[in-house]
Design a protein around this ligand. Structure first.
Ligand code: ADP
Ligand code: ZN
Ligand code: ZN
Length: 753
């Protein structure tokens, strides 16, 4: 038995060594309560990371308090490797990884020993009915039924119910709640040895149908599936590049069913928003209660239950989750599917760990020994390049399923429309005509506008004054419903004003337009149309989201107006027209990914049109109809976009030709911040030379009274990222050790989005 344990705590701290009390049987990966901090009266949850016999060089080594969660392994060996990889690659501590990897209820911290006891999480248990083994035999079952039918008809009904539930859910242990029979009847069956009643942790055993009804694939889908299987033979990661509506999900379903049938686990990662409705239901129709959703909208208790149940499972689990599901303790994880792999929400921007779950899923093929399938209609240029050069396998789906054709894309020039008087407020006549047409045919319309609120800024036409946030360097957005000016960075809100504080004029006007204004104008232009709005203001909960999606799906509304939220993977059958109201604000972003993003967003939102019928149409309003990205979207030419962008990325050494690390510094004192960033830039330039850019001001350089400044480090693909991170760690560490900069906040974002 080892006498010491290195314990990982959910803090930005290194591992700490504790003594293992006599007789305490520990294994690596268990959770324990340890006294920590001055005085030692406070307890934290920690994970046993390493057991050993090397006494640390301090006088008093504290002892581990006690074992938590009945000593089960919360973090298996493969997960520990993943945590360590994430910490190393994304330049944070394993403790910071622990913060996202474990649900927050599972790591009570800084409590007294007694308090710790009480607050420790106890998993919810549930009663299960387990039919006797011999009942698997049909003859024996018939015999039993016959006997019961005559002598105890009520017990007969109860048993029938249990057996039916067992068949339907394909589980050996039937949760009590699925059976209507009264408890005394069940006890009677138990006394006869027909069933056992057991109290167990909830959903400890994966249930769901044993055999899955997978959809029949078209020949194009079949070819893609065979190609994926073949590629997996030699490459751990494969990119499935399939246009919108081509049936990528159907292909995932086949691979998932195969993996589950072998008793292995599957993880399907999807962007957060996609999780709340259609997709989960679609998967449940095939995999029943095998589907375990995991995302941030679940309660903490549910997340904890899920984590504990999985840590106990012996395989055959199917988790559909947002990025943090990557860390769930699946012991037999053999397949990870990353749907919409290009989606920026796979990257956690703040706080640490600033990880990209898609890239972690690829790293997991090495660390865990699984296969990873990346799927998208508009792959990230990184993944596409990896597939092009054979680092990943590649499978292609170039046609839509069934009779659905790719939508026809029409570009509508806003400047020309203004000149010719063919525009009303924010709509070209062309778009209005098409909306009218779709409505008259009883078809649905989606209108996309990338800004929420009523107008993104309010301004005085006489003197140019604009309303700005007092705490952030950004203009305030007008929300007409609430009649307030709101800061989208810090939440600051103030009453709308129509008099100008600068020149005293009374003509302050809202400028530009957001989804709220679109809704108002549509109401005026099409008084008979029923509208729904989908953005962060109108949708604040999972249930609101579900209601909106269902209502639109059921045809309770004709027009859906929304931000990015409407672009993500929806499958609405009756949408024949999609309008992109202002493509300009997608094109002109000061970001090296702006063009790629604009292409992805427009293609994805366009892909919502005509998914069943033949006549899907998309109208893109822009003042720059000849912009290359607009041309590429109209032609549906991903490759043209990719090659064009890649040429630029190569010329300026951006991903995938180089790795970017963004070093962000924050402080309330602008002068001190300036000094610090110049000092660090100087140090970095000594080692990295022209690979260092900046200092540069981020798009919003003051948030909540704090000033922000960035340095950018570009490491070309041929150089060692590992070495670069090491040097960078050394230099930032040195800066922060300088007493002057004690209060400076500094973080590194590797591969920022
Ligand atoms: P993607 O994810 O590639 O955009 P989906 O998987 O959502 O495409 O498929 C688009 C639509 O076509 C869905 O409604 C889906 O049910 C249907 N579909 C695709 N392939 C099949 C198939 N083989 N059998 C039945 N329906 C299919
Ligand atoms: Zn003014
Ligand atoms: Zn603000």
């Amino acid at each position: 038995m080892s006498s010491f344990a290195d314990i990982l705590l959910p803090l930005a701290q290194p591992l700490y060594t504790f003594a293992v009390p006599e007789g305490m049987a520990l294994s690596e990966g268990m959770a324990v309560a340890v006294p920590f901090g001055r005085g030692g009266g406070k307890y934290y949850t920690g994970i046993v990371w390493r057991l050993h016999d090397r006494a640390p060089a301090v006088r008093h080594v504290k002892s581990i308090g006690k074992i938590l969660y009945d000593g089960r392994l919360l973090v298996g060996e493969p997960q520990r490797l993943l945590w360590e990889w994430v910490a190393d690659y994304y330049m944070c501590t394993p403790g910071e990884v622990m913060r996202v990897a474990l649900p927050s209820l599972m790591k009570p911290s800084a409590r007294g020993a007694a308090g710790f006891e009480e607050r420790e999480y106890r998993p919810r248990t549930e009663r299960y009915l387990i039919p006797d083994e011999t009942l698997a035999d049909e003859g024996r079952l018939d015999e039993l039924f016959e006997g019961l039918a005559r002598r105890a008809p009520k017990q007969y009904d109860a048993l029938l119910e249990i057996v039916a539930a067992r068949e339907e859910h394909g589980c050996r242990a039937v949760p009590r709640r699925l059976v209507g029979a009264e408890m005394p009847l069940l006890h009677a069956l138990e006394r006869k040895g027909i069933i056992r009643i057991e109290e167990r942790e909830r959903s400890a055993e994966p249930s769901g149908p044993a055999a899955f009804q997978t959809p029949l694939l078209t020949s194009a889908q079949q070819t893609a599936l065979s190609e994926i299987r073949r590629q997996f033979g030699s490459r751990p990661a494969v990119l499935l590049h399939g246009i919108t509506g081509s049936g990528k999900t159907e292909i995932y379903i086949h691979l998932i069913a195969e993996t589950l049938a072998a008793g292995d686990d599957v993880l399907m990662l999807v962007p957060e928003i996609a999780l709340t409705t259609q997709l989960v239901e679609r998967l449940e129709r095939i995999f029943g209660s095998r589907v375990t959703p995991y995302h941030s909208k679940l309660t903490d208790v549910r997340r904890t239950e899920t984590y504990l149940a999985l840590s106990r499972s012996e395989g055959g689990e199917f988790v559909v989750g947002a990025r943090s599901a990557l860390f769930l303790p699946l012991k037999r994880l053999k397949l990870i599917v990353v749907d919409e792999e290009h989606d920026a929400s796979y990257k956690q921007a703040d706080p640490a760990p600033r990880y990209n779950a898609r890239d972690c899923a690829v790293a997991a093929t090495r660390l865990i020994g699984c296969r990873t399938l990346l799927g998208s209609a508009t792959p990230s240029l990184e993944s596409w390049t990896n597939a092009r050069f054979g680092k990943y396998g590649l499978a292609i789906l170039a046609e839509r399923y069934g009779d659905a054709r790719p939508p026809r894309i029409v570009i509508s020039d806003t400047l020309r429309a203004v000149k010719r008087g063919e525009r009303r407020s924010h709509f070209n006549h062309l778009l209005l005509e098409k909306i009218g047409g779709a409505l008259s045919r009883g078809e649905q319309v989606i209108l996309f506008q990338n800004r929420r609120g009523f107008s993104p800024f309010v301004t005085c036409p006489s003197c140019g004054w604009t309303a700005r946030c007092p705490h952030c360097n950004v203009s305030l957005t007008y929300h007409k419903g609430a009649d307030r000016l709101v800061c989208h960075y810090c939440g600051h809100a103030e009453p709308m004003r129509f008099d100008c504080p600068e020149c005293g004029g009374g003509g302050v006007v809202p400028a530009g337009f957001g989804t709220e204004k679109v809704e108002e104008e549509i109401g005026r232009l099409f008084p008979g149309a029923r509208c729904l709005r989908m953005d962060r203001d109108s949708i604040q909960s999972q249930s609101a989201f579900r209601r909106t999606v269902n209502a639109f799906e059921q045809g309770e509304a004709d027009i859906l107006i929304g931000t990015q939220m409407v672009t993500k993977g929806f499958d609405f059958g009756r949408v024949s027209l999609v309008g992109i109201l202002n493509a300009d604000n997608l094109l002109y972003n000061p970001d090296f990914r702006a063009s790629e993003r604009a292409f992805q967003l427009m293609t994805q939102v366009a892909g919502r049109a005509g998914r069943r019928s033949a006549a899907g149409e998309v109208v893109i309003q822009t003042s720059d109809p000849d912009h290359p990205v607009i041309r590429q979207v109209a032609a549906g030419d991903y490759e043209a976009m990719a090659l064009h962008q890649l040429a630029e990325r190569e010329a300026f050494a951006y991903p995938p030709y180089a790795h970017v690390i963004r070093i962000s510094l924050r402080h309330r004192d602008r002068e001190l911040l300036r000094e610090a960033v110049l000092a660090l830039a100087g140090r970095l330039r000594e080692r990295f030379g022209r690979r260092v850019l900046g200092p540069v001001a981020p798009p919003v350089d003051r948030v909540r009274e704090e000033y922000r400044v960035d340095l950018i480090l570009k490491i070309e693909s041929s150089a060692s990222m590992r070495r670069a991170r090491e040097l960078l760690r050394g230099m930032t560490g040195e800066l922060l050790r300088d007493a002057r900069y004690k209060t400076l906040i500094l973080n590194c974002d590797v591969d920022p989005q």
